[in-house]
Ligand binder design. Structure first.
Ligand code: MG
Length: 389
């Protein structure tokens, strides 16, 4: 029996983790659930999964939850409660790290310090603090297993042949604006950006998929997970999202993982890797006539890949700053405050203003993150003919 803690339990990956646990009740047991504020979603999960503790990051929802909670379920709302519960988890517990954004870093680090299996769905954690997380994982014997579909595909395609890998190819749906001209992107709405062609996900990652920032963050994530230099990681647009990524071996053979777009495959595999279990996920219908397409990304229209690569090459806290600026930019775009293409402009400007910083301790990362968020909040778009900030 595998104990499981879900961080970000009421989000998209969290709910699909619930499905995986429910499909294998003899194999998995949810012991702890953490979310920010979705009381209704959490109550539903508590009824189904019977955890022994629950954490809500916002105190209001935690108080509301305490009013109507089954006996024996411990509810906490401060960060120490969460760190303590993770710190006292039994050896062998798997932590599904599926909180959105930089907020996932501290609880993920707690799981890494405890030497647990960390099923990583939160790529921002590795982008913002890759050196710290990987070094801490090595020191404490924690394993970082990807949940992100592309990285799960890379892990499977690499198998036991890590020494023979020449190049990683990360596939990308291209998002809802594939084929758009740069001039058309200023006018696109949040509603359009939130309409992803192949995956149903949370808002932040869906906007990141539309800007291709998600793919750039995935390149940085892959560099840490597979210890691969950035120049050996490429991106290929594949609109059908069936081939989830590819590994080119030194002899030219290319290994790929293919499946329908169903995150439950990657979530379950992260919990059991290198073992596999049956899954209710949809199957590819090979009787259906179809074509799959591959093309290079248009980096002139979508500058996010370049921004991520540059931040990755600069190293230190540059990726931390990139991540924080992008998170703030996405929030401002969703709030109707800036235009779609301003997400890149804002992120690039904040990166350019960034003071050089090579340290990657937790306080240095926190400081760089906070600085970038303040810069991102005061950024103003340049209006043609008008004053700029
Ligand atoms: Mg992905």
């Amino acid at each position: 029996m595998q104990d499981v803690i879900i961080l970000g339990a009421t989000g998209s990956v969290g709910r699909q983790t619930r499905d995986v646990i429910a499909a294998h009740p003899d194999r998995f047991r949810a012991v702890g659930l953490a979310a920010r504020r979705d009381v209704g979603g959490m109550q539903e999960l508590i009824r189904e999964l019977h955890p022994s503790w629950v954490y809500m990051a916002d105190p209001g929802p935690a108080a509301e939850l305490r009013e109507d909670i089954p006996a024996g379920v411990d509810v906490g709302a401060d960060a120490e409660f969460l760190a303590e519960r993770i710190g006292e988890a039994s050896a062998g517990t798997a932590v599904v790290a599926a909180m959105a954004g930089f907020a996932g870093l501290v609880p993920t680090l707690a799981a890494v310090r405890r030497g647990l299996r960390v099923c990583l769905a939160n790529k921002e954690t590795l982008v913002a603090a890759g050196a710290l997380v990987c070094e801490t994982a090595r020191r404490h014997g924690a394993s970082l297993v990807p949940v992100d579909s592309e990285h799960s595909a890379l892990m499977q395609a690499i198998g036991t042949e890590r020494a023979h890998v020449a190049h990683l190819w990360i596939t990308c749906s291209g998002g809802p604006f594939r084929g758009f001209a740069a001039s058309a992107l200023d006018g696109v709405t949040a509603e359009q950006a939130l309409r992803h062609p192949t995956w149903r996900m949370g808002q932040k990652i869906t906007v990141d998929s539309a800007t291709l920032m998600n793919k750039g963050l995935e390149v940085l994530e892959a560099a840490w997970l597979f210890e691969m230099p950035l120049e050996r990681i490429g991106v290929v647009v594949h609109p059908e999202s069936i081939v989830h990524s590819m590994v080119e071996m030194e002899d030219g053979a290319v290994m790929a993982e293919l499946s329908e777009t169903d995150m439950r495959i990657a979530i379950q595999l992260a919990l059991t890797w290198p073992e596999r279990l049956p899954s209710p996920a949809r199957r590819i219908d090979w009787a259906e006539r179809r074509a799959w397409h591959f093309e290079p990304p248009d980096e002139a229209v979508f500058p996010a890949l370049r921004l991520c690569r540059e931040a990755g090459m600069a190293g230190g806290t540059a990726p931390t700053v990139l991540n924080a600026a992008n998170e703030e930019a996405v929030a401002r775009f969703l709030g109707g405050d800036i235009r779609f293409s301003d997400i890149w402009r804002l992120t690039e400007t904040v990166l350019e203003r960034m003071p050089a910083q090579s340290g990657t301790t937790l306080p240095e990362i926190m400081e760089a993150d906070g600085w970038a968020r303040r810069e991102a909040a005061r950024w103003r778009p340049v209006t043609v003919g008008g004053p700029s900030c």
